[in-house]
Design a protein around this ligand. Structure first.
Ligand SMILES: *Cc1c(COP(=O)(O)O)cnc(C)c1O
Length: 411
C-alpha cells in the first residue's frame, strides 16, 4: 500500500530532527553569492547554491525532492499553479507545427489551453476517449510530441488503461505525460511507463485550499537507448549531452521556467509541504468514503457516476488497476439544471466551489460554470449534461454526507 509507505516517508521528510521542526520557509526572491567567483560557479552549474527564486527556491527544493521520490522520478520542478505546471511541461518540449494527442476526460483549463491558446501558436491537438487505443496509435505522426492523459476523467469519471497507453507511447517513440492531480499516491504513472507527471498541488496534495501550486515530475534519461535521443526531440539533445539523466529538468528550467516564469514561491511551497504531510491519511480515508457515498446514494436512487459501481463501464478496470481508488470525485446527474441547483442549495454540508480535493466536501454544477463557454459537441465529448454536478468528497463522516445528500435531493 503506497498510502502506508508514504505515511512514514512524508512526515519524516517534511520535518527535521534538529532545530526548527516545521519546514524552513525561505521567501527571498534573490540570493547573495558572496563573491564573483561563486556567482560564476552558480551560473555555470558547478556551485550548487540558489541563484534567483524564478530558477529555484530552497523551500520549493525540499518539496521537489519529496514529490520526485513519491513518483520515482529523477527530479521535480514546482510551479505557481497546476496550469503553470502543465504549461511548463508542455512548452519545454513543443515548437510551432508540433502536435499533441490528448486522451481522456479533460480539465476545462487544459482543454482551453490545448484547443485555443496553443492553437494560436501553431500547435494542434486531437482529442480521444480513453478506449480509442487503435485511433490513438494511428494518430501519431512525425510531429507528435506529447500524448497527454488525465489519470481519471474529470468530470466524466472514465478510467484509462495507463499501461496500454504507455505501451503505445513507447512503441511510437512519443512522450506520455500524465496529469495525476486527482490520484497522487493511488497511481504511480512513471512506474506504469509514463515519462512526465503533472500535478495541480492546489487540490488534494495541499488539501485545504491554502495555496495554489503545481508540480512536474520527470523520469531520468537512460544511459542507453531512450526515445528522447531520437530526432523527434532534437531540441532536448544539448541538455542530454550536458546533463545526462537530469536533462529534462534542465530543459524545463531553461526553456520554460526561466523564460515564462511560472515559478512557485517559498511561502506556497511551505504550505504545500504542510499539506503533503497528511496526504496519505487523507487519501486513505477519502477513497473509502467516496465508495461508501457512491454506493449508498446509488441505492437511494441517485444517478451516480463512479467506477466502484457495477454499472460503470470501467468497473473491471477499477478493480484490477485502481486498487487504491481513483481519487476524491464522483458525479451526480440530477436530470436538469433546476434540480441540480436545488440539490446544491439544499445541502447544508457542501461548499459550492470550483475546487476539488479539499478536507471539506465540495460540489459544483458543471454546465453553468467551468464548461459554460464550450459548444454542444465538446460538452458531449467531455460528458457534460444539463443536470451534472461534480462532487469532491471530504473528510467528514461519510454517514453525515449521505444523510445530508439524501435530504437535499428530496429522496
Ligand atoms: C485544477 C486542475 C488543474 C489546474 O490546476 P490549478 O492549480 O488550478 O492551476 C489541472 N488539472 C486538473 C486535473 C485539475 O483538477
Amino acid at each position: 500500500m503506497r498510502f502506508e509507505e508514504f505515511s512514514t516517508k512524508f512526515v519524516q521528510q517534511v520535518g527535521k530532527k534538529e532545530g526548527a521542526i516545521s519546514p524552513v520557509m525561505i521567501n527571498s526572491a534573490s540570493f547573495g553569492y558572496g563573491d564573483s567567483e561563486t556567482g560564476e560557479g552558480i551560473f555555470d552549474g558547478s556551485v550548487k547554491k540558489p541563484l534567483y527564486s524564478r530558477m529555484g527556491n530552497p523551500t520549493s527544493a525540499q518539496l521537489e525532492q519529496i514529490l520526485a521520490q513519491m513518483d520515482g522520478g529523477i527530479g521535480c520542478v514546482v510551479a505557481s499553479s497546476g496550469m503553470g505546471a502543465t504549461a511548463m511541461a508542455t512548452l519545454s518540449l513543443l515548437k510551432s507545427g508540433d502536435e499533441i494527442i490528448s486522451v481522456g476526460g479533460l480539465f476545462g483549463g487544459t482543454y482551453a489551453y490545448f484547443s485555443e491558446t496553443l492553437a494560436r501558436f501553431g500547435i494542434s491537438t486531437r482529442f480521444f476517449d480513453v478506449d480509442e487505443l487503435d485511433a490513438i496509435e494511428e494518430a501519431v505522426t512525425d510531429k507528435t510530441k506529447i500524448i497527454f492523459l488525465e489519470s481519471v476523467g474529470n468530470p466524466n469519471m472514465r478510467l484509462p488503461d495507463i499501461r496500454a497507453l504507455a505501451d503505445i507511447a513507447n512503441k511510437s517513440g512519443v512522450v506520455l505525460m500524465v496529469d495525476n492531480t486527482i490520484t497522487p499516491l493511488s497511481i504511480a504513472p512513471i512506474a506504469l511507463g509514463a515519462d512526465i507527471v503533472v500535478y495541480s498541488t492546489t487540490k488534494v496534495i495541499v488539501g485545504n485550499a491554502s495555496s495554489l501550486g503545481g508540480a512536474v515530475v520527470f523520469r531520468a534519461i537512460s544511459e542507453g537507448e531512450d526515445k528522447f535521443k531520437a530526432q523527434r526531440y532534437a531540441e532536448v539533445h544539448p541538455f542530454i549531452k550536458k546533463m545526462g539523466p537530469m536533462a529534462l529538468i534542465a530543459n524545463a528550467k531553461k526553456r520554460a521556467l526561466r523564460d515564462f516564469g511560472m515559478s512557485a514561491n517559498g511561502f506556497g511551497s511551505y504550505l504545500t509541504l504542510l499539506g503533503l504531510e497528511t496526504l496519505p491519511l487523507r487519501m486513505d480515508r477519502i477513497v473509502d468514503s467516496v465508495e461508501k457515498v457512491a454506493r449508498s446514494l446509488d441505492a437511494a436512487g441517485f444517478k451516480i457516476n463512479h467506477p466502484c459501481l457495477n454499472s460503470h463501464p470501467h468497473h473491471e478496470r477499477y478493480l484490477n488497476q485502481f486498487s487504491q481508488g481513483c481519487g476524491t470525485l464522483l458525479t451526480i446527474d440530477m436530470g436538469s439544471k433546476e434540480a441540480a441547483f436545488a440539490f446544491l442549495n439544499g445541502s447544508k454540508l457542501m461548499t459550492i466551489t470550483a475546487n476539488i480535493g479539499d478536507s471539506r466536501t465540495l460540489g459544483l454544477h458543471m454546465e453553468s460554470t467551468i464548461y459554460r463557454d464550450f459548444d454542444g459537441p465538446t460538452k458531449e465529448f467531455l460528458g457534460i449534461t444539463p443536470g451534472l454536478i461534480r462532487i469532491s468528497i471530504g473528510l467528514e463522516n461519510p454517514e453525515h454526507i449521505i444523510q445530508d445528500f439524501i435530504a437535499a435531493g428530496g429522496l
